[in-house]
Design a binder for this molecule. Structure first.
Ligand code: APR
Length: 174
């Protein structure tokens, strides 16, 4: 049974087995969560990302997929990089956003990670409305069969935390 928890804080401070990064397809860093993870985690993370670009992901990591690297100096063992979809008002990309969570949990299972911290993927630079992103994230985490025992959503501000808390309370029965 996976325990879903909500935390108001900084994902780079979470002592978990795996921290999920809201990356972009280049895997070569950015702002937001991506910037914080690389800044705090140090160059080893980027080195492994560059290796991935030089091998399995020559064209970059597609949206909805996930891949792991070392966590460098973070209080975690791995970073699982996933690429969220950019929000579109005309095209429903919900399945791709759900895939970020499902694929990240599958990678966590492959690693043997039991505790995983997620940010609110796509809700920053990629402009996904928080309440809808929270619903997709929580529904997917609850409905995905995984050996992960704790899925921890780490929200960076009170507005995001409140959106996730509301969505968690309103989750329809499985
Ligand atoms: N810890 C937890 N959450 C954070 C942190 C942090 N240190 N920093 C930012 N966030 C929150 C944001 O407030 C937002 O709610 O993470 C959520 C995702 O925002 P972004 O990091 O902007 O990610 P996303 O919207 O998925 O856009 C990804 O942004 O940083 C670039 O390289 C990244 O191109 C990619 C794009």
């Amino acid at each position: 049974m996976t325990n879903i928890t909500l935390v108001l804080g900084d994902i780079t401070e979470q002592s978990v087995d795996a921290v999920v990064n809201a990356a972009n397809s280049s895997l070569l860093g950015g702002g937001g969560v991506d910037g914080a993870i690389h800044r705090r985690g140090g160059p080893d993370i980027l080195d492994e990302c560059r290796d991935l670009r030089g091998s399995r992901y020559g064209k970059g990591l597609p949206a909805g997929q996930a891949v792991a690297t070392t966590a460098g100096r973070l209080p975690a063992r791995w970073v699982i990089h996933t690429v969220g979809p950019v929000f579109s008002a005309t095209e429903d990309r919900s399945a791709t956003l759900a895939s970020c969570y499902r694929a990240s949990l599958r990678v966590a299972d492959e690693l043997g990670a039991r505790t995983v911290a997620f940010p609110a993927v796509s809700t920053g630079v990629y402009r996904w409305p928080l309440d809808d992103a929270a619903r997709i994230a929580l529904t997917t985490a609850r409905d995905t069969d995984t050996s992960v025992t704790e899925v921890r959503f780490v929200l960076f501000d009170q507005r995001a935390y409140d959106a996730f808390e509301t969505a968690l309370n309103e989750l329809p029965p499985a």
